[in-house]
Design a binder for this molecule. Structure first.
Ligand SMILES: NC(=O)c1ccc[n+]([C@@H]2O[C@H](COP(=O)([O-])OP(=O)(O)OC[C@H]3O[C@@H](n4cnc5c(N)ncnc54)[C@H](OP(=O)(O)O)[C@@H]3O)[C@@H](O)[C@H]2O)c1
Length: 349
């Protein structure tokens, strides 16, 4: 099969190679374990990883980790070469014994390196969900990671309440726009902090107010909109200098929920304690596997209810062909995308 693989380090448009590689098979998976960096040769005493399905892919979503993995700035080192892509939709063509009930079904799943989702055949693991009725393959491909991460950040970790004011950085991005929708659905007042008029308009359509950081310092603007008090919570997929700076618009005893690092990881100013701020870390990867599966199931049930009520929707703003992946990732790296960009893989071999 032809798959988009990364061999070296640098910008994805320079590093991605359309390689001819064998399709993954159950024999390949039988001798491997799983850790945070992906599929790994078994360490002494480690059990093989047996919670997988083989997928004939129809669609895959692009996301910033496709860029940071290629650059080598993703927080977990990823062995080379690997197939890029972290999630997508496919039909289950084979499965581990405990997952054979899914054979023939169309599912949305997370795919872990080296078998990323930008290939005609990939491997979905653990938190695998049937694509709900009425959801397109493109929407399904853009569903699991943004929605589950956002739900985890907004509810379990961020404890966002109705009536609170929440600032969201990177709010027009894939994860950011999911956070905005869930905060709005929770009854919070949302102030999106984004760069550019098109992103302001995009977030306003989702029910947020929006501040354009490209037009000036967002801190006085957010303070002004909250009567000088500041927001109750910042939900932050960006961090870096911009994330730290926005704490100037966080009220005393406010929470800064750190759920991504699009702007990089910088050391935290220890003076946050002087305003009784709470820094909250949030990622789905950090739990023991059983607990993660349980959290995903609970989250999925809550998201299903929001989908059914029309209060949440995967936001696919563009669909591209398989050959257009490097150009689309160059747009993503340059902050020119909104919501998710999805790759049509159906029919690619
Ligand atoms: N915690 C978890 O479990 C988890 C799960 C999924 C993703 N993530 C992380 O969440 C972050 C966002 O991922 P995503 O796929 O949603 O990204 P995305 O769609 O590209 O959106 C990221 C947004 O961040 C802003 N940004 C600020 N500095 C940036 C920079 N140097 N490069 C690119 N964007 C920058 C941009 O907004 P403006 O231009 O409007 O400022 C951009 O729209 C990533 O760090 C990813 O690794 C974490």
């Amino acid at each position: 099969m032809r798959a988009w693989r990364v061999h070296g380090y640098g910008e994805p448009q320079d590093q991605l190679v359309l390689d001819d590689v064998p399709e993954p098979t159950p024999v390949d998976l039988a001798g491997l374990g799983m850790d945070l960096s992906g599929w790994v040769p078994l360490a002494e005493g480690q059990a093989p990883f047996t919670d997988w399905v083989l997928l004939r892919m129809t669609a895959a979503a692009l996301a910033l980790p496709d860029v940071t993995m290629s650059r080598g700035t993703y927080p977990v080192p990823v062995r080379r070469p690997y197939i890029s892509g972290q999630e997508g939709v496919g039909v289950v063509v084979d499965a581990a014994p405990g997952r054979r009930d899914l054979l023939g079904k169309k599912v949305a799943a997370v795919c872990i390196q080296p078998w990323g989702s930008l290939a005609p055949v990939s491997v979905g693991i653990s938190s695998i969900f049937e694509v709900p009725d009425g959801m397109s393959d493109a929407e399904g491909a853009a569903f699991v990671i943004p929605a589950h991460t956002a739900y985890h950040a907004v509810h379990r970790r961020g404890q966002v309440q109705a009536g609170e004011a929440a600032a969201v950085l990177g709010a027009a991005g894939g994860l950011g726009s999911a956070i905005v929708q869930l905060c709005v659905a929770a009854g919070a007042r949302v102030i999106a902090v984004v760069g550019g008029a098109d992103k302001v308009a995009f977030c306003e359509q989702l029910g947020a107010e929006a501040v354009d950081h490209a037009a000036g310092d967002p801190v006085p603007e957010v303070l002004g909109r909250t009567g000088g008090r500041g927001v109750d919570v910042i939900i932050d997929p960006v961090q870096g200098v911009d994330g730290a700076h926005l704490r100037g618009a966080l009220r005393v005893e406010g929470r800064h929920v750190l759920c991504g690092h699009a702007g990089g990881l910088v050391p935290h100013d220890p003076h946050f304690y002087l305003r009784n701020h709470t820094l909250v870390g949030t990622t789905l990867g950090g739990y023991p596997r059983d607990e993660m599966v349980r959290i995903h199931a609970e989250t999925h049930a809550a998201l299903d209810a929001l989908l059914a009520a029309g209060r949440y929707r995967p936001l696919v703003t563009r669909t591209v062909g398989f050959d257009d992946v490097p150009a689309a990732l160059a747009d993503l790296a340059a902050r020119r995308t909104m919501g998710r960009v999805v790759v049509d893989i159906a029919g690619t071999r």
